[in-house]
Design a protein around this ligand. Sequence first.
Ligand code: FES
Length: 175
Amino acid sequence: MTASTQPPKTDQKASAKSTHPSGDKRFKVIDITMKRNQHRQDALIEVLHKAQEAFGYLEEDVLVYIARQLKLPLSRVYGVATFYHLFSLKPSGAHTCVVCLGTACYVKGAGEIMTALEAKTGITSGETTPDGQISIVTARCIGACGIAPAVVFDGTVAGQQTAESTLERVKGWKE
Ligand code: FES
């Protein structure tokens, strides 16, 4: 058996693209927006907007990633994210449930999941239960359309969710 001695060719296209090491597909949405704007720093608001659509809110990890990719000081990115009311930083609940209400998820029942969740917790998107246990957030396409409807429980994406499976998961957070 002869092993090839040829070193692997460097794929220039692959090395030029920016992707988050976690492999989380939601970062792809941010990457595409930055690329479309040629990583221009003045596209920060648009990039933050897309990030919020993908994640439901802006958490530190996301802000750090954007700052790095756009070569901006983190303080500047934080400054913009906290200045504009349309952006929300990580919700305050001990647990966070992000329901994707993008088209693919919506047609597969994300609306029912949201309704059941609201009825169960007594809160709606952007709110935290009075005991501080659960925050609910909505997003518009988290990049997991193939497993729609998708819900993100404490940062972990779960596919093919139903109202029942979602409530079951959240029930555990209340105890
Ligand atoms: S619409 Fe929900 S993951 Fe794309």
